[in-house]
Each structure stands twice: as C-alpha cells, then as structure tokens.
Design a protein. Sequence first.
Length: 82
Amino acid sequence: MIEVRLFASLRSAAGEKKYFSEASTIRELLQEVSKRYGREFAGKLKTATVLVNGKNITHLRWKRTRLKDGDIVSLFPPLAGG
C-alpha cells in the first residue's frame, strides 16, 4: 500500500489528511486522487508539488515514476514565499 498524505489547501479540499492507495505510478495515483476528490481538487494538482519518500518528483517525471509498497507520497499545493 502507498500512503498518500495531503497538506494545506489540498487537505482542506479533501476533508482528510491521508489515505491509502494501490497505484503503481504517480500518474495513476494523481488520476485516482482527482476522481476521489473531484474537479476542483484536480485543478489544484496541476501545479502541486509531489514528494515520494521526501524526494521531489518534477512534472516531467510524473508519468514514469513507479511506486512500490510502503512508499509515502506527499501532495502539496503550490508553495509561495519571499
């Protein structure tokens, strides 16, 4: 099982802080999350930061990044700062 952790506005939009998935890739997981939480949530994922076991996975690698049992995927909305 993959543990999916949600943060900040994604957590608020989902109404929960985590859930568990059987997804085998980041792309599959993001499609699953979009269906689970709806269109508004899915829109926020387009600019989300995705970490797998603490390592940032860029948008270019979402399609090919494979997941394995025990991985932790953290989803963050766009981060701002100064």
